[in-house]
Ligand binder design. Structure first.
Ligand code: KIV
Length: 270
């Protein structure tokens, strides 16, 4: 008998998880090997985030990553995934122009990458595009609060929607995204109380990052929670491992062994 844990996660699974109070675990992945480990460990959603621009390419912002690059990363991830829902970030410039451009980009992602859904940043201003993409049969996840693709508009990565006007706007945007057909929405770096209220008022599941414990699920960037990225320590980030230190230690050990002639030994030779 196949256990229910082995069943593929769909957008319906996530909705049911919200209804039954089961929290959703989401992590990023950008390549086959780590996606395979993350999926095997049982995460519900894998996000091929445009944070690949920072984490994989070393760019300062998420803006430079292209649609072709997002498609490539997703192809690699999909090859390593059996169970999780794979959500793909639509990169900056691929959907902001108009709803036809947005639909064309979403179709390219679905056709060429094998991903299962797309994610885009913004509220009411992208609701028309969300509707058009959803009408084409493509599930869309929204993203509100701190939206890194707008970093040059906001100027900082600090907590968003602390003031009443911005908080009211976020609530309206969340509703607009739900009405447009989003199956879920990410809340990034907003006050916990606002995330709680929004999560309670929405039917669709909310996924928080720096948005407190009352969202329906939580997401972290894999390389941050594994301790691979060293120079990023926001308050919301819990480090579950120090893989960076393990890699550095192993590499130093290898160098020592090569230099001393200790590697390879007889058992490692033909
Ligand atoms: O690109 C990304 O990794 C994201 C998460 C931070 C939600 O959008």
């Amino acid at each position: 008998m196949v256990s229910s844990r082995a069943k593929k996660v769909t957008t319906q699974t996530l909705l049911k998880m919200k209804q039954t109070g089961e929290k959703i675990a989401m992590l990023t992945s950008y390549d086959y090997s780590l996606a395979r480990l993350v999926d095997g460990a049982g995460v519900d959603v894998i996000l091929v985030g445009d944070s690949a621009s920072n984490v994989m390419a070393g760019n300062e912002t998420t803006l430079p990553i292209t649609l072709d690059q997002m498609i490539y990363h997703t192809q690699c991830v999909v090859n390593g995934v059996d169970r999780a829902l794979v959500v793909v970030d639509m990169p900056f410039g691929s959907y902001q122009g108009d709803s036809k451009t947005a639909l064309d980009s979403a179709i390219r992602i679905m056709k060429e990458s094998g991903g299962h859904a797309v994610k885009l940043e913004g509220g009411s201003e992208v609701a028309g595009s969300v509707e058009r993409i959803v009408n084409a049969g493509i599930p869309v996840m929204g993203h509100l609060g701190l939206t890194p693709q707008s970093i040059y508009k906001f100027g900082t990565y600090t907590v968003r929607a602390k003031e009443e006007t911005e908080a009211d706007r976020l609530m309206k945007d969340a509703k607009a995204l739900e009405q447009a057909g989003c199956f879920s929405v990410v809340f990034e770096k907003i006050p916990s109380e606002l995330a709680k209220q929004a999560s309670e008022s929405l039917i669709i599941p909310t996924i928080g990052i720096g948005a407190g414990a009352d969202c329906d699920g939580q997401v972290l960037v894999l390389h941050d929670m594994l301790g691979i990225t060293k120079d990023f320590s926001p308050r919301f980030l819990r480090r579950y491992a120090d893989v960076g230190q393990a890699v550095e230690g192993a590499v130093k050990h290898f160098i020592e062994d090569v230099r001393s002639g200790n590697f390879p030994d007889e058992s490692e030779s033909y």
